[in-house]
Write a protein that binds this ligand. Structure first.
Ligand code: ADP
Length: 465
């Protein structure tokens, strides 16, 4: 089974913290132990050297070593445990103190070399399974070392001190680690408690109560910013849900109107026996209602499509070509209403996009322009290029739109002149669909208008190449 990290951040934080502290404690304890070991060993050196110098001076003065050693022991009884020997220049012992029990101290090559140069040597060596510290000091006569004094002392005391220090470390390190880990765990739990509270609140918020908000603590820290972000997201969700609800209600309402008309017509027709001509009339009217329903259903499908859907597939689209194709359909609508329709092309321009979707957007604008322009009026299409954009605008000499309503007409199901629009079959979705398509293509759809002075809708799309 693979190891999986603990699920809660506060456990992970505590583990990391404890691990880091353990490493620090181990490194510092090891280092301090080493420093203490070196210091304790060096502490022995001055006393060894002192004794060695007393003996050297005594031997040099021709009084021998044993008298000097006895005098030293008389002064400080600790010297009794020291090993003392004197060897000649070839290393043959000439004096061994009684503590040596006849077994001479070794003379290393390094000590011999140093002695030749007139220098003392400190060494640590093993004797009877115990460590001893040894100093070798030359006795210089006529500029040459004639004999060597060697004094050794046991390191047992230093080792005992070191062992005690180690025991202390074995108690202090786990204790400190335990205390720090519990403190760390407490701190992590306290620091992360607001996150738990936040997730509990967030879990309680359901789709029906999106007006609820996560509580801010007013500290302005990262967690408050997270709560603010959650609240902003909730506000956006609330807005989107509200819009969706309104949209479904409006859509249902729009569907009900033609369905009621259809039902009414059919009921009247069924109430009495009718002539075939009368039936044909009713069926014709019903067919018109069904057509309206189909158009509405198609528009609703378009409104429901996502941005990515509306913009795909992407291929080069020549705006002039597109305008000419749509103009044909526009002309068929304009002719019976005696509205003139014409096109003006400036610089040719190509954009990237879905030709069918873009045709749909432009056609919606032309249909509106023709629909709302009175007989004798003019609808003009313009295609041009401006910097890195392709422009396609539809201008009409219709009634225009009050400036306060100009933004609202792009919302779904908004009809400014309900009676007139419904009579001409619009559900208020045309501009909303056109804008969605243009925006999905990375463009903008804007409106310039003034009441009584016509309207101009302009599509601006990023030019290809
Ligand atoms: P509709 O299906 O009602 O035409 P649209 O979304 O296309 O829906 O338009 C919304 C409203 O904007 C219309 O009901 C109409 O009042 C107004 N409108 C759109 N285009 C024009 C125009 N060219 N001139 C005047 N009013 C317009």
């Amino acid at each position: 089974m693979r190891w999986r990290p603990p699920a809660s951040i506060h456990t992970r934080l505590t583990l990391w913290y404890t691990g880091a502290l353990l490493t620090i404690l181990l490194v510092t304890s090891g280092f301090s132990y080493w420093l203490l070991a070196v210091a304790l060993t060096r502490d022995v050196d001055p006393s060894l050297l002192g004794l060695a110098e007393v003996i050297r001076d005594s031997v040099a003065a021709g009084h021998g070593a044993s008298g000097a050693l006895e005098a030293a022991v008389g002064l400080d009884s600790e010297f009794r445990d020291h090993f003392v020997q004197v060897v000649d220049a070839r290393g043959t012992p000439t004096y061994l103190s009684s503590r040596l029990e006849g077994r001479a101290l070794p003379l290393s090559a390094r000590a011999l070399d140093n002695s030749r140069a007139g220098e003392q040597t400190f060494e640590t060596l093993q004797r009877d399974h115990r460590q001893v510290r040894l100093v070798t000091l030359p006795i210089v006569r006529d500029g040459r070392p004639s004999e060597l004094v060697q004094v050794a002392g046991s390191l047992t005391r230093s080792h005992r001190a070191l062992a005690r220090y180690l025991e202390t470390l074995f108690v202090i390190v786990p204790l400190g680690l335990g205390l720090a880990a519990s403190g760390g765990a407490l701190m992590a739990r306290k620091a992360l408690a607001p996150v738990d509270a936040m997730s509990r609140t967030a879990r309680r918020i359901k789709a029906e109560e999106l007006s609820r908000r996560v509580e801010l603590r007013g500290t302005g820290d990262e967690l408050d910013r997270l709560a603010e972000m959650l609240n902003e997201m909730l506000a956006r969700l609330e807005g989107a849900f509200g819009e969706m609800r309104r949209f479904s209600a409006d859509a249902a309402h729009e569907l009900r109107t033609p369905l009621t008309a259809l039902k009414g017509g059919l009921e009247v027709a069924l109430r009495a026996a009718r002539s075939p001509e009368e039936y044909r009339q009713v069926l014709g009217a019903s067919l018109e209602d069904v057509d309206r329903l189909i158009r509405l259903a198609e528009d609703l499908l378009l409104v429901g499509r996502s941005r990515a859907d509306l913009a795909a597939p992407r291929a080069p689209v020549d705006l002039e070509q597109l305008a000419l194709e749509v103009l044909d359909v526009g002309a068929q609508l304009a002719q019976p209403r005696r509205v003139t329709i014409r096109i003006e092309v400036g610089e040719p321009v190509t954009v990237l996009g879905d030709v069918t979707a873009l045709q749909r957007a432009v056609l919606n604008l032309i249909e509106n322009a023709v629909k709302y322009t009175p007989a004798g009026g003019l609808v003009e299409l313009t295609v041009d290029r401006e910097d890195h954009s392709g422009l396609l605008s539809v201008r009409d000499t219709g009634p225009g739109i009050p400036s306060g309503e100009a933004a609202r007409v792009f919302e779904p199901f908004v009809r400014l002149d309900a009676a007139r629009s419904r009579e001409s079959g619009g559900a208020g979705l045309g501009l909303s669909i056109a804008r969605s398509i243009v925006v999905a293509h990375g463009g903008t759809l804007t409106l310039e208008t003034a009441l009584g002075h016509g309207s101009r809708f302009t599509i601006r799309l990023p030019a290809a190449g």
